[in-house]
Design a protein around this ligand. Structure first.
Ligand SMILES: C[S@@+](CC[C@H](N)C(=O)[O-])C[C@H]1O[C@@H](n2cnc3c(N)ncnc32)[C@H](O)[C@@H]1O
Length: 701
């Protein structure tokens, strides 16, 4: 093999192909990387081009590439098409030959058979012809759980009411006699590098893979690793490792949370995805669901009453604190106990949802820029009930949020700006929403005048204009809930009025300014040091500042699952005590602009199962120290917006952060039964509260 030496002082022969290597490249480090990859069976010809690309990508930052035993490099190699394979593809294109490589590609493309609209199993003859699996390649596969029974010439997967029919031409006698494992489960796999060996191994271990939420060991060929599940749980996506990788001493199954984060970043880089809620995990789950849906299309009636996990992210079940420190089953007023899960949106106690445990040092598990610890000073060791920490809102199922760039007109962005919009002599188009002046100061705080106005809107609603809807979605919500609970039809009451809220409009990706522009505060996420702590009273857990905060500082936004009103009805109609205590946030700031807003268009945020630290913010009547302000970021359509919390005054270190939920304690028809308020405010509105001094008119927040 030709050798090369770096131009200056070294003529040390290398096992690398001769090529131009920029002088920034350290020969020793390059060699170490190649040697390290060689140790796990990856040839230098494969490593070299990928490594060179990585070096360019990371601006020759070796530390990053060397970290974690060249993890970035290993990942990149597995992501990159094998040069040999690519070479073969080119050759195939030229000669039009139907090589194994080409067949493999066909398998990827056609595992969904458009003629029959059914999930298809690869033709096993084709698999038998495929070359031996390459070292260390991963093979995603869809696993359909269920029993396979033989019916005449068909294999049927039966689970509950669903059948997946396997076309006859996918089975051979050879299959059934040689690969007994196929009788146990059906594998629908579909990426390159799947081969006969791997396939047999999958077949053998499929029942393990189906049952286990995590990694399943096997008898030597492959290791399955379930990463995502369809909502119904009938489809699962697994990765299979070739045995040489699985048993390599340096190989460790990566943390799926980290893998997903890395994939989010890679997808963002590679495909320039602008959707801020994009999540690789969601993509995998949707893929599972799509395959199950499409597979079931022509297979008789769809499953009814199927258990829907919201969504089941098994991989998050990584214990990070001792089990004895986990909270008990009682759950908090905000969380259903662990033996409840969503059944088509309704809770059922028939199955146990997989919920992640907490990391006491950081409840966000690295999702935020700062760690937010859990502090329990009582010494009883209890932690908050588990939930899935998400830093950004995620649609549950039907919420439609139009984030198209085309929707953002010139008046709603500042594409001609550059740098920091707040540093420019004149405010840009993004300040129009706030009357031609930015809502933020150069220090990233809310401007006094803007904040004063927002606070007065909450504290003195009578001084502000209230808009009354003709057919109020909020009143419908109350009616729906109460009709259902009493089995009698109640007509929605008249709208009690909504405040015409003041929006902040932040610059965003269609704008010309940078990410550090002063008009981008909420989208940068949490920047203040906070703690989730167990309050001394009966309020349960709360959120507090870990440092002194000035007035007008951004704390966090209210994050949860985005639900339509219809989906919210379904959730609130549950009869369990726990569920009646959830506090969804209605995104009602724009309800004023529509005469009739359908329940499938009115949106809200529910942080019960998926949320951020805002789910710990307790209520305080009237003089709460934080305020929720609607913020427009990705879309000028105010059906969907962010609800951001800012301090209304200076906050002392370790002072609890409280928000006025706007509860009307006299409203007996409210879909959520009000708690007995322990806010301690001298203005407490709860008539049953001892500290009550005077009640005030409720406001919908
Ligand atoms: C959004 S959660 C806040 C976090 C909650 N304390 C926890 O432990 O998860 C709302 C729930 O907290 C409790 N809560 C909030 N503010 C309260 C208050 N002022 N008085 C009594 N309980 C309160 C109620 O049980 C309410 O249903």
């Amino acid at each position: 093999m030709p050798c090369f030496s770096l131009s200056d002082n070294s003529d040390k022969p290398l096992f690398l192909p001769r090529r131009m290597v920029p002088s920034k490249v350290s020969l020793e480090r390059f060699e170490a990387a190649v040697t390290s990859m060689h140790a796990i069976g990856i040839q230098s010809e494969t490593v070299t081009p990928v490594l060179e690309n990585l070096l360019k990508l990371y601006d020759y930052n070796w530390e990053y590439i060397e970290a974690d035993n060249f993890r970035v490099l290993t990942d990149a190699i597995f992501d990159d098409p094998d040069p040999k394979e690519e070479h073969k593809t080119q050759a195939n294109k030229r000669t039009n030959l139907d090589s194994n490589h080409y067949k493999k590609k066909l398998r990827i493309k056609h595992h969904y058979d458009s003629r029959t609209s059914k999930m298809n199993v690869h033709n096993r003859r084709e698999l038998a012809e495929a070359p031996v699996q390459e070292v260390g390649k991963l093979c995603p596969q869809i696993v359909c759980e269920g029993k396979i029974t033989r019916s005449k010439s068909r294999l049927l997967i039966k689970e509950q009411n669903m059948e997946i029919k396997v076309p006859e031409d996918t089975q051979t006698d050879e299959d059934s006699s040689h690969h007994g494992g196929y009788k146990d489960a059906l594998t629908i796999s579909g990426l390159p590098h799947a081969d006969k060996e791997a396939f047999v191994a999958h077949g053998r271990n499929m029942s393990d893979a189906c049952c286990s939420p995590a990694i399943t060991s096997n008898k030597g060929f492959s290791t399955n690793f379930d990463v995502a599940s369809s909502k119904s749980g009938t489809g699962k996506l697994s990765f299979t490792y070739n045995s040489s990788l699985a048993h390599h001493p340096d190989f460790q199954v990566p943390d799926m949370e980290l893998v997903c984060k890395e994939m989010d970043a890679r997808c963002l880089r590679k495909f320039k995805i602008l959707e801020p809620n994009f999540s690789f995990m969601k993509l995998l789950e949707d893929t599972c669901q799509c395959i199950v849906d499409m597979g079931c299309e022509s297979s008789g009636p769809r499953e009814r009453g199927i258990v829907q996990i919201v969504p089941a992210i098994d991989y998050l079940s990584k214990p990070s604190v001792p089990r004895e420190l986990q909270s008990n089953q009682a759950g908090s007023p905000c969380m259903p106990p662990n033996n409840h899960m969503i059944l088509g949106g309704i809770h059922s106690s028939s199955a146990v949802p997989k919920v992640p445990h907490h990391d006491v040092n950081d409840i966000t598990k690295g999702e935020e820029r700062l760690s937010i610890p859990i502090v329990n000073e009582t010494g009883n060791g209890i932690l908050p009930p588990p939930f899935h920490y998400i830093p950004r809102n995620i649609a549950f199922q039907n919420a439609y949020i139009d984030l198209s760039l085309a929707r953002i007109g010139d008046e709603s962005c500042c594409s001609d700006c550059y740098g920091d919009c707040l540093a420019q002599p004149l405010p840009c188009a993004c300040a129009t929403e706030t009357g031609g002046e930015f809502a933020y100061t150069r220090d990233g705080l809310l401007k006094e005048g803007f904040l004063d106005f927002c606070v007065s809107m909450i504290q003195e609603p009578d001084k502000h204009h209230l808009y009354r809807c003709k057919d109020c979605p909020y009143e419908r919500l109350k009616t729906e809930t109460n009709s259902n609970s009493s089995n009698t039809k109640v007509n929605p009451g008249p709208c009690k009025g909504h405040l015409i809220r003041k929006f902040i409009k932040e610059c965003w990706s269609k704008c010309g300014c940078t990410k550090n522009c002063g008009n981008r505060v909420v989208q940068r996420g949490i920047t203040q040091h906070l703690q989730v702590f167990l309050t001394s009273g009966d309020k349960g857990w709360g959120l507090r500042a870990a440092e002194e905060l000035p007035r007008g500082a951004f704390i966090c936004e209210s994050v949860g699952e985005i639900l339509t009103n219809t989906e919210l009805y379904e959730r609130t109609n549950q009869k369990t005590t726990e569920s009646r205590h959830k506090y969804p946030v209605l995104l009602d700031a724009d309800w004023v602009t529509e005469s009739v807003l359908e329940d499938d268009h009115a949106l809200c945020l529910d942080a019960t199962f998926y949320g951020n630290v805002a789910r710990f913010i307790n209520h305080r009547c009237f003089d709460a120290n934080i305020i929720g302000i609607p913020v427009e970021i990705e879309t000028p359509d105010h059906h969907y917006y962010h609800l951001a919390f800012f301090t209304t005054r200076k906050i002392e270190p370790f002072e609890e952060l409280t928000w006025d939920y706007g509860i009307d304690f006299y409203d007996v028809n409210h879909p959520i039964k009000a708690f007995q308020c322990q806010c301690g405010s001298e203005h407490c509105r709860d008539p049953s509260s001892i500290s009550r001094s005077k009640s005030r008119a409720p406001v919908l927040l």
